[in-house]
Design a protein around this ligand. Sequence first.
Ligand code: 6R9
Length: 649
Amino acid sequence: MSDTKYPPSAEFAANAHIDAAKYQEMYDASINDPAAFWGEHGKRIDWIKPFTKVKDVSFDLGSVAINWYSDGTLNVAANCIDRHLATRSDQTAIIWEPDSPDEDALHITYQQLHDNTCRMANVLKGLGVKRGDRVVLYLPMIPEAAYAMLACARIGAIHSIVFAGFSPDALGARVNGCDAKVVITADHAPRGGRATKLKDNVNQALLHDVDDVKCLVVKRTGGQIAWREGLDFWWHEEAAKVSAECPPEEMNAEDPLFILYTSGSTGQPKGVVHSSGGYLVYAAMTQELVFDYHPGDVFWCTADVGWVTGHSYIVYGPLANGATTIMFEGVPTYPDASRFWQVCEKHKVNQFYTAPTALRALMGQGNSFVEKCDLSDLKVLGTVGEPINPEAWTWYNEVVGKGKCPIVDTWWQTETGGHLMTPLPGATATKPGSCTTPFFGVQPVILDPTSGTEIHETEAEGVLCIKDSWPGQMRTVYGDHERFEKTYFSDYKGYYFTGDGCRRDADGYYWITGRVDDVINVSGHRMGTAEVESALVAHAQVAEAAVVGYPHDIKGQGIYAYVTLMNDVEPTDELRKELEKWVRTEIGPIAKPDLIQWAPGLPKTRSGKIMRRILRKIAEDDFGALGDTSTLADPSVVDELIENRMNRG
Ligand code: 6R9
């Protein structure tokens, strides 16, 4: 880990929203009087009925309740669209860049965004969607995804986006899980030159017990699809029948804006619920200050709207600020490894926000792909999703940013709604690999994992918790508040538990060391090992499975599965391929195991608990120090597993 510091240039700091002195002053104010601080910043957005209460929060187990601005009313879509129309109706809100560079980009103005969102809202109403109903979005990265999100917000419906890379089964579980009224999808989703048959996936998902769910279909490619007469509707046909005006519903600040499923350490993914008021204040404020966004800038977050990063930093944050935001349908390496940089040049991107896994993949292709593009408009570079290794950081800084663009390494989670720890580009001297210091109002604490007590020394290492609430915090797990309390507030009483391990250095800088639970981070995407295991054991020939992460050059972590087969089943390469395919169809391509090791036995304690610590060590090819194995029921299985390990060097 490097301790070299990279301070912002004096010129950058002078023109930034926040410099070092201002950061300190505002941070102190945010901690000393949170109600006054957030009361002031709550005014960033427009309220129909202004709030009088700012914060009403309890982290006490049994009565966890998180409320911000709770007597205020607003409409999120009106904040992201209508309030800009007087001054920016002709300004581009969304630049859509298609998968193939041969297809034209679209520039969608705020007025067009208004009209299309209203049409979508009216179509949804026509399909019977009412305030409080759930709508599932299963869409490519196309403008209709933003219209659909904002249309739900406009009529007070709750959206739940399912990443288009998820399988029909995963989609079905999420449609069922929130009892959705309508699914919005597209015929096919082009990505990296290949097309996913989204509508067919929806049909398969709805074969279960929700086959009366209506489906609104966007025509993206005109590809072949199976139609369910009476249940399926073309977006372009319905849009032509409705008005481009739809009055925004007056919503309470605490009314849910969306549900987003995310992986945890146990069981199936949980539906993270975000609020309307607090979430929007927090997304808007972080988008402006963390990226030092100024009016007229072009902002590009390369995430997919299926992840929280896309929610907060493609749609809600930028649009609440009246920004120009890019929505990119493709992948970084198609048609070749210069795609990102060509898009930056073409649209004169000022702030660019991506994931370390993408940077590592592109770095491996050599500098020429970057150097042939004009990146002179770039001002700020951001990363998110996993710790960034200093090599990738340095490459990003020197080759992409030419040493003149501050890098903001933003640490946050689906649960947090927006950035919690991050540099501010005009204020913070960065260190490669550190997410540096907390955002306003955020109080990170490091706890001793065994005693659960707070470590007060500056230099510390342990589990990362947050002491008090911030407006963007998730409010509950959809339909299961008890699970919310148990997951985040029960291990360390009185704190929000992040699930991450963390080190604080002598300068008070924070370094995320990775998950301390059974969640692995594959290419910046969260995967519960339990989910992959339950997919594997659902296969008729699998008796038992244990899944762990291991270091992977590009993905950060790869998925390593130990599989015990049923008696009499031959372990063959064919079966290995079949299991890989099985997991792809059960969950989706991102869950496919990278390595599958046949395990005649798994190391278990006498009480039957799988000793994952040992499996992790073997998967890491670091079995010299396995620690105490004396509690194992049968220590000999370990030698067998080491002997046949799949990751060698
Ligand atoms: C936004 C997002 C959250 C988990 C989080 C942590 C890891 C995210 C990071 C980072 C180190 C960063 N993580 N950003 N680790 N440095 N800058 O990624 O949300 O998908 O919920 O993942 O990702 O482990 O706990 P989500």
